[in-house]
Design a protein around this ligand. Sequence first.
Ligand SMILES: Nc1ncnc2c1ncn2[C@@H]1O[C@H](COP(=O)(O)OP(=O)(O)OP(=O)(O)O)[C@@H](O)[C@H]1O
Length: 451
Amino acid sequence: MASDSWAQAVDEQEAAAESVGLDLKQDNFRNNSLNDKAAQSLLNKLIRSNLVNTTNQVEVLQRDPTSPLYSVKSFEELRLKPQLLQGVYAMGFNRPSKIQETALPMMLAEPPQNLIAQSQSGTGKTAAFVLAMLSHVDPENKWPQCLCVSPTYELALQTGKVIEQMGKFYPEVQLVYAIRGNKLERGTKLQEQIVIGTPGTVLDWCQKLKFIDPRKIKVFVLDEADVMIATQGHQDQSIRIQRMLPKTCQMLLFSATFEDTVWNFAKRIVPDPNIIKLKREEETLDTIKQYYVICNSKEEKFQALCNIYGAITIAQAMIFCHTRKTAGWLAGELSREGHQVALLSGEMQVEQRAAVIERFRDGKEKVLVTTNVCARGIDVEQVSVVINFDLPVDKDGNPDNETYLHRIGRTGRFGKRGLAINMVDSRFSMNILNHIEEHFSKFIKIKQMTF
Ligand SMILES: Nc1ncnc2c1ncn2[C@@H]1O[C@H](COP(=O)(O)OP(=O)(O)OP(=O)(O)O)[C@@H](O)[C@H]1O
C-alpha cells in the first residue's frame, strides 16, 4: 500500500472509531442500564463497525510498530518450505504477525532451540507453532516426530484443523488426534508424523498403550502452556510426558498469559529457553473495548441480556458463566424467551461438545453460552461480543485475571474489533472487576459506579 493510501487507511480507521463514539458510549453505560435505547443503538453501531473494513484494519495494524500484528518481514523471509508457504497463502495470510516473525526464526534455527513465548490472544501463536512443527518433520520417516498437547478436546481438534489446512500442500505429512474417543487397536504403531491431543490421552499413548515412541519425538509443544503447568492434573501428565522425551527434543511453550509463578516454573522445566514475554500493559488488546453494566440480581442480568440480544446477534457472541448450572439455567431461560442459543459445558460428551462448536463456527447459532471450558484458544472469527455473565474467579473466589484475558480474547481476533461486557451484580463482583482493572491498569476504561 502506498504511503498516501496508508495515511488514508489510518484516517478511516480513526473516523470509524469516532463514529462509534467511545466517550459517549462510556457515559451511556455508566449512567444507564442496558435497556436504555441509546446504549442499544450504540452497541449496534459498534458491532456493525466490527464487520467492516477488517482488511484495512489488519493492514494498518501490521504496519504499526506498536501493534502485536506488526511485521517487517514477509513469510518468504521466514525460510518456510515452499509447500508450507503455499499453505499459508491459501489460508489468506499475507504477512506474519509479530509473534510469527519473532518466534519462527528461533523455532527453525539449527540446532533446535527451546522457546517460552507469550503473545496476546488471537495474534497467530497457533499458526506459528504449527508452522514450526510442519517444518521440522521429516516426511520420509513414518513415525511420530512432533507432539502437541492442548488443554481441551475442542482446542486439540481446532489446532488439528490448522495443521491440516497449513499442511494441505504437504500431503506426505500426516496427523493423528490423541483425544478421548479416538480408539486405536492395541499394538498399533503410529505412522503419522504429528500427534495432537489432550494430556491424558497423549500420556496413555506414549506410556501405557505405546502407540508412540516418545524417544523419537523431536518437537514438543505445550499450547496454553500456563494452564498446562498450573493445573494439577495437566501438570502431572505434561511433566510425565516430558520426562519420556529425549534431551535433544525441542520444547515450545505458548500462551497469551503467564502468571509470574507459572513463568518461573516454566523456566525451570525448559532447559536454556529463548523467551518472548509481554509487559503487563501490553497483554490486553486495544481493539477490544471493555464495559461493565450494573444489575441487581441474576434475573436482572438475564433481563439486560434479553434487551441487547438483537444487537449481539448481528454477529456472534459468547456468554461466560461461572458454573455449569448457571450456564444451563441461562441457556434454558434464553430459549424459553424464544432465542436460539447453543450451550457448551464440561459435563457434555466430547462428541456433543465438538458438534456444538462446529454449529457455532458455521454460524448456525449466533450465541454460545458456556463456562471456562471455552475460555481459551477457541477461534471463531465472527465473535464480536463477549459477555461475562459472571466475572471470572478462581476456586478460592479471587479474581482470575488470566481467564478474564482469555475470555475476552475470544473476540478481537487478528485485528478485528471486539466488545466485552461485564455484568456486575454485587459488591463482590464489583471488587473483582476493580481488581481486574487494576491488574491490567489502563485497559478497562470504565470508572467505578456508585453502588
Ligand atoms: N499472519 C496471519 N495473517 C492473517 N491471519 C492470521 C495470521 N496468523 C493467524 N491468523 C488468523 O488469526 C486468527 C487467530 O490466530 P490464532 O488462533 O493462531 O491466535 P492465537 O494467538 O493462537 O490465539 P489464542 O491466544 O486465543 O489461542 C486465526 O483465525 C488465524 O487463522
